[in-house]
Ligand binder design. Structure first.
Ligand SMILES: *Cc1c(COP(=O)(O)O)cnc(C)c1O
Length: 457
C-alpha cells in the first residue's frame, strides 16, 4: 500500500441497524427504541442519524475527562503498539506495575496493594472473598467470620456475590434463592428521617443502629460493606455528615473489616478524589471501577491495606495465596488509559474545580426548587439526584407504574440531553470536565422536561 492510499475502513458500518440481536442490560427490549451512537467528542455523543446528545450520565457514571481525550487516546494507541493483553497471573505488564503504584499513591492512608479485575461487581466479589480468606488465615485466625453487613437499598453490582449484598427490591429480590443473606443495616437517608429523628440527630441515630447490629453479630462478621457518602443506585441516597467516620470507628471497635465501594463515588465525583477523603477515612479494602480508566475501558481494582495483604503471605506449599483471579485483570490497554486519566487528575486542578461546577449545576435547577412534585434535590457535588414525588409535604412517592422518572428522561433526550433515571429519581452525572455553559444547558433542559412531564396542578 502506498502511503497516499486512504486506509480501507476496518469495519463496514453501512448496514448495522434493524435487528435486535443485542440484548441490553436493565433495558426492556420489547419497548426499546434503539439509540445507536456512532461517535463522541468531549461531553457530546453523536447518533448514527447525526443527532447530538449531551452525555448527562457520563456513559453510566464513568466518563471523567470527556470522550476522545487526546491524552488518553494517545496512551492507548501507544500501548497498542507494545502489547494489548497478557495475563497477570504469575506475570505482569510494565504499565500494570506503574498503575498499581499510582493507585497506591492517590488512595487514602496506607492502602497499599492493588488487585485488578474488569468491572465494579468483580471488584466487590474480590473484596468479599479477600475479607473472608483474611480472617481464615491471619496470625490470630477467626474462621467464624464469614458474614457481611450491608446497608438497606445497597447496590454493589450484578454478579451473585454482589447481588447478595444488594437491597433494591426490583434488582435483587427475585434472586434471593441463589444468594447469601447479609446482616441488613439501616438506610442512612437524610431526606426521609425516621419518626422523631431530627437532621442533627440523624447521624448518631443510624450509626447507633449499626452499632447494635455489630454488638450482636461481630463474632461472625467478616466485613461491613458500604458506599461512602452517597448510595448511587439506591437513588443518590445521601448519608448524614459524619456517618462514614462513625462506621470506621465502630469497625475498629468490633474488629470487623470496612470495605468501601467507591466504584461510583471514586475519581472526583463527590468533589474530592475519593469520597473517603471527606471524612479522612481509610477503609481496610476499597473497591474502584467506573472512573478508574477515565471511563474508557473495563477495569476495576480492589485495594487492600498491609495487614490484609500480609495475611496472604506464606510458602506456596501452605496454600495461602488469594484464591481468585480474572483473565483480563490488569489488562495493559486499560492500565495505560488509567495512568493517563490519573495523570490528568494530578497534573491539573480538576478535583478542586468540581465543587464550583457542581454548585453551578445546582443553581441551574433553581426553577424547580419549589415545584410541588420535586421532593428533594440531593447528592454530593457532581452526583445529583432529583426525586419526583406525588406529594411534597408528605414525601409520598408516585405510583412506580406511572414511570415519571423515565418520561422526564425521555423528554430531556428529545431536548438533547441523554439522562437515565433510577425509578423516580432523575440522575445527573455529567463528565467532570463539563463546562459552565454545558451545565447551565443541562439544568435548563432538565427543568423544562420536569415542568412539561410533571406539571404542577
Ligand atoms: C456500578 C456500580 C457497581 C458495579 O460495577 P459494574 O462495573 O457495573 O459491575 C458496583 N458498585 C457501585 C457502587 C456501583 O455504582
Amino acid at each position: 500500500m502506498s502511503p497516499q492510499t486512504a486506509p480501507k475502513p476496518m469495519i463496514d458500518r453501512s448496514h448495522h441497524v434493524g435487528g435486535s440481536w443485542h440484548w441490553q442490560g436493565f433495558t426492556q427490549m420489547a419497548q426499546y427504541k434503539k439509540i445507536v451512537i456512532s461517535e463522541a467528542n468531549g461531553c457530546w455523543l453523536t447518533t448514527d442519524s447525526g443527532k447530538r446528545l449531551f452525555d448527562g450520565v457520563a456513559s453510566l457514571w464513568c466518563n471523567v475527562h470527556g470522550h476522545r481525550h487526546p491524552k488518553i487516546d494517545a496512551a492507548i494507541r501507544d500501548q497498542l503498539d507494545r502489547v494489548a493483553h497478557i495475563t497477570t497471573l504469575g506475570m505482569s505488564a510494565d504499565v500494570t506495575e506503574i498503575l498499581a503504584s499510582r493507585i497506591v499513591e492517590i488512595t487514602p492512608g496506607d492502602l497499599s496493594h492493588v488487585f485488578f479485575s474488569s468491572d465494579g461487581s468483580s471488584s466487590v466479589e474480590a473484596a468479599l472473598k479477600m475479607a473472608l480468606q483474611y480472617w481464615h488465615q491471619r496470625k490470630d485466625p477467626r474462621p467464624k467470620k464469614t458474614d457481611y453487613l450491608a446497608l438497606s437499598l445497597a447496590y454493589h453490582g450484578d454478579t451473585t456475590g454482589s447481588v447478595s449484598l444488594g437491597g433494591i427490591k426490583f434488582f435483587h429480590q427475585l434472586f434471593a434463592p441463589i444468594v447469601f443473606t447479609p446482616v441488613r443495616g439501616p438506610l442512612p437517608c437524610s431526606y426521609r428521617l425516621p419518626d422523631g429523628v431530627t437532621p442533627d440527630a440523624a447521624c448518631d441515630h443510624y450509626a447507633d443502629e449499626v452499632e447494635s447490629l455489630l454488638k450482636q453479630h461481630h463474632e461472625t462478621l467478616a466485613a461491613v460493606v458500604m458506599e461512602p457518602l452517597v448510595q448511587g443506585a439506591a437513588g443518590m441516597i445521601t448519608h448524614p455528615k459524619g456517618f462514614l467516620s462513625r462506621i470506621r470507628k465502630l469497625c475498629d471497635k468490633y474488629e470487623v473489616l470496612l470495605i468501601c465501594d467507591e466504584v461510583a463515588t471514586g475519581f472526583g465525583r463527590t468533589g474530592r478524589l475519593f469520597a473517603c477523603n471527606h471524612e479522612s477515612v481509610t477503609p481496610d479494602i476499597m473497591c474502584l471501577g467506573k472512573g478508574l480508566t477515565g471511563g474508557y475501558l473495563p477495569m476495576a481494582a480492589t485495594v487492600a491495606r498491609p495487614h490484609v495483604f500480609d495475611a496472604f503471605l506464606a510458602k506456596t506449599s501452605e496454600s495461602k495465596q488469594f484464591f481468585h483471579g480474572h483473565t483480563f485483570g490488569g489488562n495493559p490497554l486499560a492500565a495505560a488509559a488509567a495512568i493517563a486519566s490519573i495523570d490528568l487528575f494530578t497534573e491539573s486542578n480538576l478535583v478542586e474545580s468540581i465543587d464550583a461546577k457542581a454548585s453551578l449545576l445546582r443553581s441551574s435547577l433553581d426553577p424547580i426548587q419549589g415545584h410541588p412534585h420535586v421532593g428533594d434535590i440531593r447528592g454530593r457535588s457532581m452526583m445529583v439526584g432529583i426525586e419526583l414525588v406525588q406529594n411534597r409535604e408528605t414525601k409520598t412517592a408516585f405510583d412506580s407504574a406511572d414511570l415519571f422518572g423515565q418520561k422526564v428522561c425521555q423528554r430531556a433526550t428529545e431536548l438533547g440531553v441523554w439522562i437515565r433515571p433510577l425509578g423516580d429519581v432523575v440522575i445527573l452525572m455529567p463528565p467532570l470536565i463539563a463546562t459552565d455553559d454545558d451545565l447551565k444547558m443541562v439544568g435548563k433542559v432538565v427543568c423544562q422536561a420536569i415542568q412539561e412531564v410533571v406539571p404542577s396542578l
